[in-house]
Design a protein around this ligand. Structure first.
Ligand SMILES: [Zn+2]
Length: 304
């Protein structure tokens, strides 16, 4: 079968859409579902080839002992959970960069040979470039410079993806005071580049509400290592808001595949409450092509 782009040329149609490709580069099995899962499903269910390059197999995630029944180790269990999610989201392919999961900042795992945290930046960037060349994406999604909630693996993949753009396309980055990225060599034929993000208003609301529920906003999450007070101080401008309402159930089903990584029940209820008003919307910050002052908020990742 021919790619759609060739079909449209041969038949002389101009209205047949060209097959698009989205490459998602995130650190762990579950980042794709808990994060931009609605957007991935929306595109995948509408004919876009959505490929996932996952940095690690989530070896450092804490897992209840009974969950490991039938699996050799945490990596095998979390790989299986990711494959379940990928099927649910209809991802075109899943690849692993081949690094070991690191813990949060200061964790002993971070210095281990083979960990993403300890890997040379250019080596990680070169592995990313090999996937860019193989898959030829029109757009790429990765973590923001704070790694969403500060996870060293997320930050490393952000930096490595930015470095890949420098090595592959000669793009030099500069972070502007308003939190947006500008780039030298703006006309390079590079894929559009986006970071996943959430509006900081939601995080600030969480910081106010959690103490009322006797929860410490500085010790949030399954491992109590997420500091919402610090996260509320990080500002990633939203440039792109995607309506994923019709795909909320698919995202939920994909998230449910990651059985070993579900947050404690009470926190799940709090997160659901916080996101209730925003359910069905996912947020991104565009780095390439750089977002221009006064540009309208985007509603998709492909510039239309
Ligand atoms: Zn992660």
């Amino acid at each position: 079968m021919l790619p759609c782009s060739q079909m449209s040329r041969r038949r002389g149609y101009t209205l047949v859409p060209t097959m698009r490709t989205l490459l998602v580069i995130l650190a762990h099995p579950d980042d794709e579902s808990f994060g931009p899962g609605g957007t991935l499903a929306k595109y995948a269910y509408n004919g876009v080839a959505v490929h996932y390059v996952c940095g690690t197999r989530g070896e450092s995630g804490t897992v209840d002992a009974e969950r490991l029944n039938g699996y050799a180790d945490v990596a095998e269990l979390r790989t299986a959970e990711l494959m379940c999610a990928a099927k649910t989201l209809r991802l075109a392919s899943v690849h692993f960069l081949g690094y070991r999961d690191s813990g949060m900042a200061g964790a002993a795992d971070n210095g281990l040979t083979g960990s993403l945290h300890a890997a040379p930046l250019d080596e990680v960037a070169e592995r990313i470039i090999s996937y860019i060349e193989r898959l030829q994406p029109d757009a790429i999604v990765t973590h923001d410079q704070y790694g969403g909630y500060g996870h060293p693996d997320h930050i490393k993949l952000h930096q490595a993806t930015m470095r890949a753009y420098t090595l592959r396309y000669g793009i030099e980055w500069r972070l502007e005071p308003n939190g947006l990225w500008s780039a030298v060599n703006q006309d390079a034929p590079a894929p559009r580049l986006y970071f996943t993000t959430i509006p900081k208003g939601l995080v600030k609301l969480g910081v106010r509400i959690l103490p009322l529920l006797r929860q410490d906003p500085r010790k949030f999450g399954r491992n109590k290592d997420i500091d919402l007070v610090q996260i509320a101080s990080w500002d990633i401008p939203v440039t792109t808001r995607i309506n994923t309402r019709r795909y909320a159930e698919i995202k939920q089903a994909a998230s449910a595949c990651h059985v070993s990584q579900q947050p404690p029940a009470q926190q799940s209820r709090i997160v659901r409450f916080l996101f209730r008003r925003n359910q069905g919307t996912e947020y991104f910050s565009r780095a390439y092509p750089p977002y221009q002052r006064g540009e309208r908020l985007e509603t998709g990742l492909f510039g239309d």
